[in-house]
Design a protein. Structure first.
Length: 210
């Protein structure tokens, strides 16, 4: 029993260390930029040895990739977006308008989390080919896959327009729920996230629902 407890304590400590490193990396990447931040600085802010970062993440590129994945998810649990509670709850909505509202509401926190590091990702990918290779220009874009899954379910429900295909609906969701548009309206134009959410719903409602 004591051996099991010891193993659990080590696992919890390792998880806490991992989270501290990710938090420190996120702060420094936003403050200084990806290129200007080195692992020694990240280690110092996280309160760990730089060797710990190498052991846990391998290098700065994989640290960035993990930071992005955890930021999008909101935690470090290995659960895909389409298996997340908010996504499954939206899928369970009985009508198309209810599904649309729930999907937009669930997407908003994701965009709020990713917004601060969006520029970090763009800059890093533009200056480091190996970083860019971690997010290849793939027609099977994971974000589009999520929107297509949503659109397919939504357009089959009561209240959906019959003259709009799931593919067209997915394109509209993909565009209006993009990080770029969120940043343009919330950061550049000063909208609140709630205003953005309400506007996207009002805009998509007549496009997708009767």
């Amino acid at each position: 029993m004591s051996a099991v407890k010891g193993t659990n304590k080590r696992a919890v400590k390792a998880q806490e260390t991992r989270r501290r490193i990710l938090a420190a990396a996120g702060e420094l990447f936003v403050e200084q930029g990806y290129g200007a931040s080195n692992l020694q600085e990240i280690a110092a802010r996280a309160g760990v040895a730089v060797q710990t970062i190498y052991f846990v993440f391998g290098n700065k590129r994989t640290l960035l990739k993990e930071l992005v994945d955890v930021t999008i998810a909101g935690d470090d649990e290995p659960v895909a977006t389409m298996e997340r509670d908010w996504f499954r709850a939206a899928l369970s909505a009985e009508t198309a308008p209810e599904h649309l509202r729930a999907h937009i509401s669930g997407t908003r926190p994701v965009l709020e989390r990713i917004a601060p590091i969006h520029k970090v990702i763009e800059t890093a990918a533009a200056t480091d080919p190996e970083v860019a290779a971690m997010w290849p220009a793939d027609p099977a874009d994971p974000r589009y896959t999520v929107q297509l899954r949503t659109a397919t379910a939504l357009m089959a429900k009561p209240g959906a327009r019959q003259d709009v295909s799931a593919e067209e609906a997915a394109d509209l969701l993909y565009g209006l729920l993009s990080t770029e548009l969120f940043l343009l309206l919330v950061r550049t134009r000063g909208w609140s996230a709630q205003r953005w959410e309400d506007w996207v719903y009002r805009t998509l409602l007549p496009q997708l629902c009767t």
